[in-house]
Design a protein around this ligand. Structure first.
Ligand code: PLP
Length: 391
């Protein structure tokens, strides 16, 4: 076990399968600009995800940026969002010249606390941008009610929730739009890629134009667009990977269950509750919250370091929370983000991918257990460790 174990490992089809897939591109010489594979992947994804409309994008971030731009909000308007996410979510708001208003999260599933949204609404609020973080689905019903009451748009960052369903409904059906990432590190990848899903038919054309420089025809450029088209090589990879998505998710699920079995009953550890009977998950991440090191992150950082010594690269997703990112620290409205900071300080995402061996999971969970309950890991020792560090 000398090879590094990373937090994830990109899914790939057999080499020959991909080569067969891209061969026609040497005949057509059509490499990008909404080619055949682009169209085919949009159709296949709509079917798999159970959504009426879908626009492919070059990556998840541009999908977010353009989904927001398509809403036509006035400059300086406010969007209520979660700080417990990948930095992309917050950047997408700011790069659209809009103001993020951070709302705290719930300790139960780390998604936005829907009961704290209303108090943040002002006359400048135009939208809510929640994240289905780790594939934990937000309280979509309540969020929709609030949005309707105040006439706000809802934009879901669903980058972690590919292929998930609630009561049989594809997660991409919620809100005005949902945005997915098909980055190499995600459950489903097109190397780099992303998509926006929605119901409103007219939005397809709008996004099509925005991802293609705002060009309407050879001589008419009607708006300031970007270049966010997915190329044919990425679409081909997506078509191949989509054939195996079922196995991929099944293997992930088995490993999550194995992890949970190995880590259950250890006090001071909180695992993600994925108990929604009506929800099918895609098991993109296996986060563990270390409660013994409360407020300090000392135990979490200790586990992170011990794992690294063994060549296991767990990740502190999401630390720091985006509200504390160096580039806009203290720039936006101050809101108490107690839960988000607490979770950010104490969470660790353990390696998870379909080929991860059970022996490696045994090794990982042994290290975690030793850190938490072993000689070095009692809460007292953690306090001592902290005091040592401060000296
Ligand atoms: C990965 C991710 C993104 C950005 O997607 P890219 O495809 O990497 O651009 C946005 N939001 C969240 C929550 C993500 O995890």
């Amino acid at each position: 076990m000398n090879d590094k174990v990373l937090v994830t490992r990109s899914s790939m089809p057999e080499f020959e399968e991909y080569v067969q897939m891209i061969k026609p591109l040497w005949e057509s010489h059509w490499l990008t600009n909404m080619g055949d594979y682009h169209g085919r992947l949009e159709r296949e994804l709509k079917e798999y995800m159970g959504v009426p409309q879908l626009s492919l994008m070059v990556n998840g971030h541009m999908a977010l940026e353009l989904a927001i731009q398509a809403m036509g909000f006035p400059e300086g308007a406010e969007i209520i969002t979660t700080p417990f996410t990948f930095i992309s979510t917050t950047h997408a708001i700011i790069r659209n010249k809009l103001i993020p208003v951070f709302c705290d999260i719930k300790l139960s599933d780390y998604t936005i606390d829907e009961e704290k949204i209303e108090e943040l609404i002002t006359e400048r609020t135009v939208a809510i941008l929640p994240v289905h973080v780790y594939g934990n689905i937000c309280n979509v019903k309540r969020i929709q009610e609030i949005a309707e009451k105040y006439n706000l748009k809802v934009i879901y960052d669903a980058a972690h929730a590919f292929g998930e369903t609630v009561d049989g409904t594809g997660v991409g059906n919620f809100g005005d739009v949902s945005v997915f990432s098909f980055h190499a590190t995600k459950v489903y990848n097109t190397i780099e890629g992303g998509a926006v899903t929605f119901h409103e038919e007219s939005l397809y054309k709008k996004l099509y134009n925005l991802k293609n420089f705002g060009i309407r025809s050879e001589e008419i450029v009607a708006e300031v667009g970007a270049n966010a088209k997915m190329n044919e090589f990425c679409a081909a990879m997506g078509l191949c990977n989509l054939r195996y998505i079922g196995d991929n998710i099944r293997e992930r699920k088995k490993r999550c269950e194995y992890y949970a079995k190995r880590l259950q009953g250890i006090s001071g550890l909180k695992l993600c509750e994925r108990d929604g009977d009506n929800i099918t998950y895609s098991y993109g991440y296996f986060p563990v919250l270390f409660q013994a090191g409360k407020d300090t992150g000392v135990l979490r950082d200790f586990v992170y370091d011990e794992l690294r010594k063994a060549g296991i690269y767990a990740r502190k997703y999401f630390y720091p929370i985006t509200a504390d990112a160096a580039c806009f620290k203290n720039k936006y409205k101050k809101v108490l983000l107690e839960n988000a900071r607490y979770v950010g300080d104490n969470i660790l995402v353990l390696p998870l991918y379909p080929e991860l061996s059970y022996e490696t999971i045994d090794q990982i969970t042994e290290i975690v257990k030793t850190c938490v309950v072993g000689e070095n890991g009692t809460a007292q020792n953690m306090t001592k460790l902290r005091l040592d560090e401060e000296e």
